[in-house]
Every structure is written in C-alpha cells, then in structure tokens.
Write a protein that binds this ligand. Structure first.
Ligand code: BV8
Ligand code: ZN
Length: 248
C-alpha cells in the first residue's frame, strides 16, 4: 500500500509544527458513538442538534442530563485508542496543538498536553444560577445535579448549538491553525461551525492539510492528502510507517 504519510513524517522530522482538529470519528474507534452514528442506541430517536441546545435543557433538563449521563458512562467505560496515543507521542518530535470538538477528555487521558477543548468538556459542570464551574466526574451523576454553593441547577460544561465558543479558546485555536506547518483533520464531518472554519484558516496560513476519515467530508476539498480508514489504524502512521508497524 502506498505510504501516503512519508512526506508528512519527513516534514515533522524537519521541525514542522502540527495542529490537529479532531471530531467524533476519532473516538468512534473507542466505541463512542459519533453524532451521526448514535442511530444504534436508545438515544437514536433524538437528534443531537435537538438535545445539545439551551432550549432543550430549559424544556427538560432531566432528559438532557440523562443523555449526557449515558454518554459519560460510555466514555468512562472505554479509553483512548491508538490514534489518541499516536498524537500524544508526536509531542516528542514537534510542537502539537490539539483543537478538539470532542468533549470526552480522551486527548488528555492519552497524554497530550496542549489541548483546546473547542466545545468544552462533558466532565465539567456549570451552575445556571451562580456560575460556579468545576469538574464533576461522578458516574452516574445524580440527576438533576445541584450546585454545592447555591443549590442551583448545574448544566454540562459544554458548548451547545446556538452558544458561543469561549473567546480565548477561539482565538488560540485560530492562531494555532494559522501558524502551523501541518494541519491534521481527524474524524470530523466538517459540518459544525465555527470549528470547521479552522481548516480554511490552516490552508490560508500555508499549512499542509492532511485529513483522516472513513469517507470524504465537507472539508475534503481543502485537504492536500486524504487518508482513508479508521483513525485508530491510520493516525499511528504519523509516527511509524504502517508496513513497518505491521512487522513490529
Ligand atoms: C456558534 C458539544 C455563534 C456538545 C457540539 C447553518 C449553517 C452553518 C452554521 C450554522 C447554521 N445554523 C446554525 C449554525 C451554527 C451551529 C452549527 O454549526 N450548526 C450545524 C449543525 C449546521 N454552530 C453553533 O451553534 C456553534 N456556535 O455558532 O456560535 C452563535 C452564537 C449565538 C447564536 C448563533 C450562533 C456551537 C456549535 C457547538 C455544538 N456543540 N458539541 C456535545 O458534545 O454534546 S458539536 C458536536 O458536533 C460535537 O462536538 C461533535 O464533534 C460535532 C459533530 O461533528 P463531528 O465531530 O464531525 O462528528 P460527526 O458525528 O458529525 O461526524 C463523524 C465523522 O467521523 C464522520 O465524518 C465519519 O465519517 C468520521 N468517522 C467515523 N468513524 C471514524 C471516522 N473517521 C475516522 N475513523 C473512524 N473510526
Ligand atoms: Zn450555584
């Protein structure tokens, strides 16, 4: 099989800096359903766009919390995969900035150190009343979770549809995408903005854009290299040539 990632490994070996935009497809190989893939679950009757919104939470906070609690259980019951670990290992070779749309915390668990959680974290909570924020990693979480400080209602510390990205995270992500030499786009349909716009920013910044996906996405036209396959199989090729890996 042609070694598509040889030129990328060479650039990294020559000191190229790397930024990553990761999506639900990266964690799919850990058994975490993607947003379009949750059809085979008890939540398949709902569209994420209908649950991950302030309106849904205002209408039925208990339903939304049960959805998040179900996802927290899946995440706690699985672990990062070879792709997460390869991205962490890449830090030994060059500067790697991870911009993740995922809220599962798997990049940190795998050992990456420069992480921008573009859509927040499923392990963070925020009080609707007093704004108190913190980590709450209880699985299952008592529903509805109550703020220790004011007994107000806690919400998941994620960015919902119709909500703005944290301005600092947004600025840091735009700079990382614009300044990097190699921009890796891993397991995203490229449908959610402003995250998907980072690919154009990287391209305009002169980066080599490398996409890893099972199938073409809405940003594939911006990719210089498209690596087809499951991220868990393909992303480790950034560290070591895959045919060599098979011999290891
Ligand atoms: C905002 C946190 C300003 C919560 C998430 C019309 C046009 C354009 C934009 C809009 C529009 N109408 C509204 C908008 C804006 C909206 C948006 O983009 N909507 C989309 C649906 C059109 N965006 C927003 O609202 C954002 N905020 O714009 O602020 C503003 C302010 C006020 C008022 C208006 C605007 C905020 C968006 C953040 C939403 N929160 N997550 C949670 O997780 O519960 S987004 C959520 O979607 C996740 O983060 C997830 O990452 C993302 C889904 O995208 P993907 O990651 O790409 O996952 P998906 O399942 O879609 O695809 C998986 C991919 O992986 C596929 O390509 C598949 O082939 C591939 N794959 C599968 N398995 C593998 C694999 N690849 C490799 N290996 C495998 N094994
Ligand atoms: Zn409170």
């Amino acid at each position: 099989m042609k070694d598509q990632l040889g030129p990328v490994r060479e650039r990294i070996a020559a000191g190229a800096t790397v930024a990553v935009l990761s999506g639900a497809g990266l964690s799919a190989a850990s058994g975490i359903p993607t947003f379009r893939g949750a059809q085979d679950s008890l939540w398949s009757q709902y569209r994420p766009e209908d649950l991950a919104t302030p309106t849904a939470f205002a209408r039925d906070s208990e339903l939304v919390w049960r959805w998040y609690d179900w996802r927290r259980g899946l995440i706690a019951g699985s672990e990062p995969n070879a792709a997460h670990h390869a991205l962490a290992a890449l830090e030994a070779k060059t500067t790697v900035t991870i911009i993740t749309q995922n809220v599962d915390g798997y990049h940190r668990l795998a050992g990456s150190s420069r992480i921008l959680e573009y859509h927040g974290s499923i392990w963070r909570v925020r009080c609707q009343d007093c704004g108190n924020t913190g980590l709450d990693e209880r699985v299952p979480i008592p529903i509805p979770p109550v703020c220790e400080r004011c007994h107000g209602l806690l919400r998941p510390g994620v960015v919902w549809f119709g909500e703005s990205i944290d301005p600092q995270v947004m600025a840091d992500s735009a700079r990382a995408a614009t300044d990097c030499d190699v921009f890796l786009v891993i397991g995203t349909a490229g449908a959610v903005y402003p995250a998907a716009g980072l690919v154009s920013a990287a391209r305009h910044g002169g980066a080599l854009v490398v996409e890893f996906n099972l199938e073409p996405s809405r940003i594939s036209h911006l990719a210089d290299i498209f690596v087809a396959g499951s991220a868990a199989e393909t992303v480790p090729g950034l560290i070591v040539r895959q045919s060599d890996a098979e011999r290891l």
